[in-house]
Design a protein around this ligand. Sequence first.
Ligand SMILES: Cc1ncc(COP(=O)(O)O)c(C=O)c1O
Length: 464
Amino acid sequence: MGPVNLPASPSTPQSTGRQTARSAELFRRARAVTPGGVNSPVRAFAAVGGTPRFIRGAQGAWLTDVDGNEYVDLVCSWGPMLLGHAHPQVLEAVMAAASRGTSYGAPAEAEVELAEEIVARTPADAVRLVSSGTEATMSAIRLARGFTGRDVVVKFAGCYHGHVDSLLASSGSGLATFAVPGTPGVPEDFTRHTLVLPYNDRAAVEAAFAEHGDRIACLITEATPGNMGIVPPEEGFNRFLHETCARHGALLVSDEVMTGFRITRQGRWGLDGAVEGWRPDLMTFGKVMGGGFPAAAFGGRADVMAHLAPEGPVYQAGTLSGNPVAATAGLTTLRLADDAVYRRVGDAARVVREAASVALTEAGVPHVVQSDGTMFSVFFTAADGVTAVRDFSGASAQRTDRFAAFFHTMLDHGVYLPPSAFETWFLSSAHDERALDRVVSALPAAARAAAAVPDPTDTKDGVR
Ligand SMILES: Cc1ncc(COP(=O)(O)O)c(C=O)c1O
């Protein structure tokens, strides 16, 4: 889920506290037929070691694995399950929709209603529905290029926008030099038009636009980066990006795939966009708006969106785009997500992040907890005295070995955290007192396990 090229964690022996025989057997079978045994890399537990848990079912705030273990879920499918799993009203709507047929390849009412709901909540004038966040960002960039007639895309290190070729890029040798591929399989020609800059760095943005401004089609940013842990924009940073893009005739693409309809009812833009009077030219959405089904969207200014086929010349299409079952799940989720839901998610997140910080402090584990709206993450900082993480280099300076020990102890105590130190912890409105009690009571032992991990520079028997 997160950016590529994150530092790997040393492998941690898998804890033996719980029965995992069926998960282990499924993992063995899965690896025989699927690379790494998973359909998205972070699920393989590679960053924390051990056997991934295969899930048999989920209800509310809880996951049950194939061995019968129950966990409080702090992943929530990486964001979508804002209302918790198997919400009865979402299920009812989905089953009614499915009983009318699962895909038509022709327009249907649910698509219109979902688009209307997104347009009502956000500054987007119009949206196009697609099936994944990757498809949304890829399409938004194509549209930005088609609209401006320019090629260059600016992104920030540590921001993840899905596995779009030109965005799987690492910064070149200098700030305003073009990027290099971040993974084998992406030709250098594809990243020749990408600039990768440090997040929250106004000087770097100004330098890049001063040198390449008339070639930049768009700058894409996570509205609040959540794929290197939560790294909030410094005050006024999103507005600064909007103004800089506008001055140079480039578009600002605000990626709200993760933050949209999760951080607030309106997404990240709702925190300061209306107040500060700025708006993105294009936005991308996913996760919550699909209600746990494959649905995503991109949208924005009416004049830009009018460049999209069939109204305009920029081509984009999808067999399952606007799928009626997915659109119904997303629409029902959004309609149920009222202010009370966001208050409950925010309150539950506050309980967990404060308890995590207390437990880590008491165990003497250096850390920083960062939050924005209802979202937060915990950085296992490598040194004492770090008070804030403002970019990818700060986020990368983590004791991933300590996180791995913490993660496995939480798992042993029945709490399912994201299996990587670089991820956001997600809660839902179904995280009630019983679920929160389980998390809070697991934290001290996990913090002590993190504290017990020896410093990597320690020597043993004089041998490093
Ligand atoms: C901010 C952001 N953009 C885009 C994506 C890609 O979405 P998908 O995994 O649905 O392709 C993600 C996925 O985590 C994301 O967090």
